[in-house]
Design a binder for this molecule. Structure first.
Ligand SMILES: NC(=O)C1=CN([C@@H]2O[C@H](COP(=O)(O)OP(=O)(O)OC[C@H]3O[C@@H](n4cnc5c(N)ncnc54)[C@H](O)[C@@H]3O)[C@@H](O)[C@H]2O)C=CC1
Ligand SMILES: N[C@@H](CC=O)C(=O)O
Ligand code: NA
Length: 442
């Protein structure tokens, strides 16, 4: 039985996700009301242009350009415009007006999360953001609530649908980067400016959010080491395939100890990495995401599903709307988030992992031994060396007198590895360092 007054829901933005949220809120009205114990009435949608053509069947009377006025009449405000301003001002206005806020805006949360959380706490409101990381996949709630009694050791995530879609198309279909990006944009996966996806900014924002929740520590997005996928070539993808790996853009959040100083802290980083094809993350195809969590007591957990897409992400948004509405009905404070652990955020230099280094070298006696000795001088242990294939296959080795060496190391520190690579690059017998890729999940 519904005893509570109907709750007034305002939506800001009617793009890929917002339009789906509006449709589901309307179509599922009665079902949601019975789950919450109160009707959820969509009272308006703030847009830039009320007359713009829409693909979703939304009542045109809901559209308004008066976002501030709409916010002031709402119990729950859903922000799905993206970007920093005016989203930040609208959310602060909503919180100060006593409304709970639901958002999928990871850019804003990564840049201004502490400010929004403080504003919410001050007025006893709550900010919900399940859609901000890995779209439809429940990962914020599991980290904030289900794993609140455990100790997370490491998170290894494919958290950007656009880049996973592109790399997967290059791997499985041999598609070009440009074509795959165009399709990902058409499917509604990409950000308004896809640079955010392909240069790793979006994944870095998500890594900052995940690390904050996992390690109870503020992690500024600027402290997340970031590399995108624009340097990944078709040749690297195909070489990885031959060697039994797949290239994935990974977000890694990890408790580590700096090998030089012994300082304990947190590493948050995003880069394209090689993963063995047998690893569960290697089977994540298309726009799908997966977050692999290693916790002290729980062991390994994997969260998998749609990381992007309008209707899929709308599911996560609606879950948050239901949580916010239930809190209104039941009363009481929301779920507390703590950043009391205050761990040191360690730079990329403090990280240790495995590496694959591809070199073009003179095809002469003693070269391999010289390269191997440089690894050993820097304390980097070599696991495997392969004399490639690529230059021989293309018939260039005989004509150019060069060979390709693919070297995989055991776990080494980033510092030792970069010194090794710098020394290798200085050798006369080395024509060029073709690529240095980290190997994860092995
Ligand atoms: N598309 C996806 O798969 C996912 C998106 N998100 C996030 O959800 C949010 C929305 O994403 P999309 O729907 O894909 O973006 P979108 O670009 O399709 O839609 C945003 C809409 O907001 C409108 N808008 C922008 N500024 C406005 C303003 N000042 N006033 C009124 N309307 C304004 C735009 O005109 C556009 O219609 C973003 O923060 C995005 O990062 C999160 C997870 C997945
Ligand atoms: N652009 C993002 C959308 C979801 O967060 C992505 O591709 O994952
Ligand atoms: Na999510």
């Amino acid at each position: 039985m519904i005893a509570y007054r109907n709750l007034r829901v305002a939506l800001l933005g009617a793009g890929s996700v917002g339009a789906q949220v509006a449709t589901l809120l309307t179509e599922h009205h009665d079902e949601l009301a019975s789950r919450v114990g109160a009707g959820l009435d969509l009272i308006g949608i703030a847009v830039r242009d009320v007359d713009a053509p829409r693909t979703a069947p939304i009542d045109p009377a809901l559209f308004t350009t008066d976002a501030m006025g709409l916010i002031e009449s709402a119990d729950i405000v859903i922000e799905l415009m993206g970007g920093i301003e005016p989203a930040r001002s609208y959310i602060l206005h909503a919180l100060n007006s006593g409304a709970d806020v639901v958002t999928g805006n990871k850019a804003l949360l990564a840049a201004h999360g502490p400010e929004l959380q403080a504003a919410a706490e001050q007025v006893g409101a709550q900010v919900y953001y399940e859609a901000a990381v890995a779209g439809a996949i429940p990962i914020i709630r599991p980290l904030r609530e289900s794993l609140a009694g455990d100790r997370v050791k490491r998170i290894l995530g494919i958290v950007n649908g656009t880049t996973n879609f592109i790399l997967d198309k290059m791997d499985v279909e041999g598609d070009t980067f440009e074509n795959a990006l165009a399709v990902a944009t058409e499917l509604g996966y990409a950000e308004a400016d896809p640079t955010a996806d392909i240069e790793g900014y979006d994944a870095a924002q998500k890594a900052a959010i995940l690390a904050r929740l996992a390690f109870h520590t503020e992690v500024p997005v600027e402290a997340v080491h970031r590399e995108g996928i624009t340097q990944i070539t078709a040749a690297q993808v195909s070489q990885a395939q031959k060697a039994g790996y797949v290239v994935k853009l990974l977000a890694i959040c990890e408790r580590i100890t700096d090998p030089a100083s012994g300082v304990d802290g947190v590493s948050a980083r995003v880069y394209p990495a090689l993963i063995p094809r047998r690893h569960p993350l290697a089977t994540v195809h298309g726009g799908k995401n997966a977050v692999f969590v290693e916790a002290e007591a729980a062991g390994d957990l994997m969260f998998y599903g749609a990381g992007a897409g309008g209707i899929e992400t709308a599911s996560a948004v609606l879950g948050d709307v239901v949580s916010a509405a239930r809190r209104h009905v039941a009363g009481g404070p929301g779920v507390a988030e703590t950043t009391h652990a205050n761990l040191t955020i360690l730079p990329i230099d403090s990280v240790s992992t495995r590496y694959q280094i591809t070199l073009e070298v003179s095809d002469a006696p003693g070269v391999l031994a010289r390269i191997a000795s440089l690894f050993s001088e820097h304390g980097v242990s070599v696991e495997a060396v392969q004399q490639s294939i690529a230059s021989v296959e293309s018939g260039t080795s005989e004509s150019s007198g060069t060979a390709t060496l693919v070297i995989v190391t055991h776990v080494a520190s980033e510092r030792a590895l970069s010194r090794t690579v710098a020394d290798i690059a200085d050798q006369q017998v080395v024509v060029r360092v073709e690529s240095v890729l980290r190997v994860e999940g092995a």
